[in-house]
Design a protein around this ligand. Structure first.
Ligand SMILES: *Cc1c(COP(=O)(O)O)cnc(C)c1O
Length: 444
């Protein structure tokens, strides 16, 4: 095997791919050559994913045209440090407009009072919250990984940066939710400083009020990580975490929220807000890329006007897609006969060779999604599930009537073992059909 120079410590599979690309790109490392190589890679990526792909990956989205137009790349390299009125840099008055609009709009949209919008990812947003409310050696309690607890909640992620100990909350795989009977006793034993709920896969809402009551008994801060659910929270169709009792809400701005990449922290409490803000700057950030804020503000304003319709459309698509997959013979996760109340759908892929393998196969067929752990799986089962999100196809114009056609693509690739190339041709045709319909619909 050829070793990769970039990461000789990576897995054999990753090294194989790294070495292959290292060889290919090294053919011409002149500035002109690299410019060409990059341009070609971006063009091919745009065609494959943006133009032709059926993207069902739950952790992504596309910017609206107005938000995309509000992105000015040159702003990213203008550091803007400190509050408007007392910035370290001079001459940035016009950026004050973005720096005021974005937090006002995001806070209102998420039913908070204060929004910290400068952190570049939800991982950093979570680190800011951990740093503000827990000290090294403290404990936090989080959802198990197989129940969608994210790396940024767990010991391999940012809790370790803050020196925190992580314990898994009691979870009920049958209810696909916390074990509410066990929760109060668990918190009394462990006395975590922070309880983190909200997950990378959420088919059903949490009972936030019950978790908050249990947190209050032990003085814990309740953090709801709405990274995946932020677009639905904005649309008020899934749940209203701050209204229902979460102290703090964090989220990624580029998943169901549909904005530029970034992370936010929202709260109603001025003391909590001040502590998070001070950790964010000057604690974690200097230049924070103000270039993102215009697109974030436009996205938030659009969601305030039309987010309810968008979120409802995401849910309607998810429900019909789940039903179609079930009808085609897939094992679709459900609770009491109900598949989902969010834009997520989960397929148990154990019989398909596991979620990772099924995801790779679908990728060859032009349908992009990923594996995910399922709450009822054994540790040795890898990623047992396939996670689907409808937030991007909804924005692309797919309706419930289109979902059986998507389910059929999955069936042909995974159950009928049809050649991926043939499925892919039809996936591309489906994308183009929906695109053409959208263009016609939008043209008066
Ligand atoms: C995706 C995700 C994150 C990380 O978001 P980034 O913005 O990519 O850092 C954090 N928490 C949860 C629950 C997520 O699903």
């Amino acid at each position: 095997m050829t070793n990769s120079r970039i990461a000789p410590w990576a897995s054999p599979r990753a090294q194989h791919r790294l070495a292959e690309v290292e060889t290919a790109v090294s053919a011409d490392l002149s500035a002109a050559g690299v410019t060409d190589t990059v341009r070609n890679a971006l063009r091919a990526h745009g065609t494959q994913v943006d133009d032709d792909g059926i993207v069902l990956y739950a952790g992504t989205n596309v910017l609206s045209p107005a938000a995309a137009a509000a992105n000015l790349p040159s702003v990213s390299s203008r550091p803007s440090m400190g509050w408007p009125g007392e910035k370290y840099q001079v001459g940035l008055e016009h950026l004050d407009t973005l720096e005021v609009l974005a937090p006002l709009l995001v806070a209102d949209l998420m039913e908070g009072t204060y929004a910290e919008v400068r952190l570049q990812s939800a991982t950093l947003a979570n680190l800011a919250v951990y740093t503000a409310f827990a000290r090294p050696g403290d404990k936090i309690a989080v959802l198990p990984e197989a129940a969608g607890g994210h790396a940024s909640h767990h010991a391999q992620g940012v809790p370790a940066v803050r020196g925190l100990t992580v314990v898994d909350l009691p979870y009920d795989p049958d209810r696909l939710d916390l074990d509410h009977a066990a929760l109060p006793g668990f918190l009394r034993v462990h006395r975590p400083r922070i309880v983190v709920i909200g997950a990378s896969m959420m088919l059903f809402p949490h009972d936030v009020a019950a978790v908050r009551a249990a947190c209050d008994e032990v003085g814990a801060i309740l953090l709801y990580d709405a990274s995946h659910m932020a677009g639905l929270v904005a649309g008020k169709v899934f749940q209203r975490p701050l209204h229902e009792g979460a102290h703090v809400l964090t989220f990624s701005t580029y998943k169901s929220f549909g904005g530029p990449s970034g992370g936010c922290v929202v709260t109603r409490d001025p003391d909590l807000a001040e502590r998070v803000s001070t950790v964010a700057y000057p604690g974690l950030l200097a230049n924070y890329d103000a270039g993102r804020l215009g697109a974030l503000a436009v996205t938030a304003a659009e969601l305030a006007e039309r987010g309810g319709g968008y979120a409802s459309a995401c849910l309607a698509n998810a429900q019909v897609l789940a039903r179609s997959l079930h009808d085609h013979g897939f094992t679709v996760a459900r609770r009491d006969g109900e598949f989902t109340r969010s834009h997520h759908v989960a397929v148990d892929a154990l019989d398909l060779g596991g979620g990772e393998r099924a995801g790779l196969l679908l990728g060859e067929a032009g349908v992009y999604l990923s594996g995910i752990g399922l709450p009822w799986q054994r540790p040795d089962e890898g990623l047992r599930g396939l996670r689907i999100g409808t937030q991007e196809i909804t924005r692309r114009g797919f309706t419930p009537a289109d979902q059986p056609a998507i389910a059929a693509l999955l069936r042909r690739a995974l159950l009928d073992h049809e050649a991926p190339d043939r499925v892919r041709a039809d996936a591309i045709a489906l994308r183009r059909e929906v695109n053409d319909r959208e263009v016609t619909r939008r043209t008066p």
